[in-house]
Design a protein around this ligand. Structure first.
Ligand SMILES: Cc1ncc(COP(=O)(O)O)c(C=O)c1O
Length: 394
């Protein structure tokens, strides 16, 4: 499913093709209004009602620590059940964890890899996640041309790299720099048919996709603190039945004898308050109307991408209307390395007051923008207007 550029959703501003604000969206957050926060995909942001729920849980913990901590395993089980229902996941196969990076390491440990086992990854994969595989086994990197037309072309490129030696495929559901669907259901089923175990990095999927576990991955993880409106440090790891008893506890503790998922979730005396507030985030999304939020976010990101695409040398990458992120290539002399990308990101912030992701690529990196209910069309206009002289070297 590709989108055709601007105005892919509601246009309540009255100006044709310019998406209007999401009613009440900006007021749900306490973001610094001087900054255009166009990078929700990196760290998310916590809506006020979720922050309030988080504080209520922390207050209960402070009021009677004994009662709170003795009850934590059951409280976590309750939160897990709510999250599982909202994600459409099997509650017995889901564990609450801290973040996608932790989940990736646990997932790979569950597979008990030998150093010469072959793990397929792509060059769009997330650094810490790919590194987790490389520490345990031999990675084979599929180079995906960022310009590949659609999900089917991505699928064919990945499948072409599968050999009889391929044991595991560790793939993004939604790639971070390039905002592409990689591990869609078609690819997951094709890999399973070839006997390849699938590990899916769904960091961006909870809240962004209506059916984030489609295709039946063997191991799957996703952050709740990005598009699920949860407090930072909230994520889930979903595991197929045959692998559940192989997932190690990150810190073996008093619940270790209980097995998955309690053994994974409980790590002695720790701050569980964010995880316990996490379901409030996904529930808020439902209250707002998940479909309306997704359409709004996608339309805004598409609008911004349309503006940026008018800048000389900036080329939009193929996009997907289900996603609230868009990526564009910059002229070849920009962001060729990580330090160059970080320097440009900081310059965009310092000069334009816009938070964006700038990603490095050998022959010229790219920029990623996001749409969220707190964003306004004017913020993307400011970015596009200010980026022109910056790219011209002025
Ligand atoms: C695709 C992807 N995977 C993994 C991560 C890591 O997430 P975390 O820092 O929460 O572990 C990110 C973070 O942005 C990501 O985009």
């Amino acid at each position: 499913m590709r989108d055709g550029g601007t105005g892919a959703g509601g246009t309540s501003s009255g100006v044709a093709g310019v998406p209007g604000p999401f009613p009440g969206g900006a007021e749900l957050f306490r973001l610094d209004g001087r900054v255009a926060h166009l990078n929700h995909g990196s760290f998310g942001a916590v809506p006020v009602p979720v922050a309030r729920a988080h504080r209520r849980i922390a207050a209960a913990a402070a009021a009677d620590p004994d009662a709170f901590f003795l009850g934590v395993p059951d409280l976590l089980a309750g939160a897990r059940a709510r999250v599982a229902a909202l994600l459409g996941a099997d509650p017995d196969g889901l564990a609450l964890v801290t973040n996608a990076t932790e989940a990736a390491n646990l997932a790979l440990d569950a597979l008990r890899l030998a150093p010469d086992d072959e793990v397929l990854v792509t060059d769009h994969g997330y650094g810490t996640v790919v590194a987790a595989a490389a520490r345990r086994a031999r990675t084979v990197t599929v180079r995906l041309d960022p310009g590949l037309a659609d999900e089917e072309a991505v699928r064919e490129a990945v499948l072409a790299a599968v050999t009889p030696r391929t044991k595991i495929a560790l793939l993004d559901l939604i790639s971070s720099p390039t905002a592409r669907i990689v591990a869609g259901p078609g690819l997951l089923r094709a890999l399973a048919a070839r006997g390849v175990t699938t590990v899916v990095d769904g960091a961006h999927a909870p809240g962004m996709l209506a059916d984030p576990l489609a295709g039946g991955p063997d191991l799957w993880f996703g952050n709740l603190h990005k598009w699920g409106y949860a407090p930072p440090g909230s994520a889930v790891l979903a595991v197929a039945p045959a692998l559940r008893d192989r997932v190690p506890a990150p810190v073996p503790s008093w619940e270790d004898h209980q097995g998955f998922p309690r053994s994974v979730e409980y790590r002695a005396t720790a701050d569980y308050t964010g995880l316990l507030a996490a379901p409030e985030g996904l529930e808020l999304l439902e209250e707002l109307g998940a479909g309306a939020v997704r359409a709004h976010n996608s339309a805004l990101a598409a609008y911004g991408a349309g503006l940026l695409a008018r800048l000389p040398g900036v080329r939009p990458l193929p996009s997907d209307a289900r996603l609230a992120m868009r990526a564009l290539r910059l002229p070849a002399r920009f962001a060729r390395t990580k330090p160059e990308a970080e320097a440009l990101r900081e310059e965009v912030m310092a000069r334009l007051g816009c938070r964006v992701l700038v990603w490095p690529w050998a022959d010229g990196g790219g920029i990623r923008i996001c749409g969220q209910v707190y964003n306004r069309a004017a913020e993307y206009e400011r970015l596009a207007h200010g980026l022109r002289p910056l790219l011209d070297g002025r």
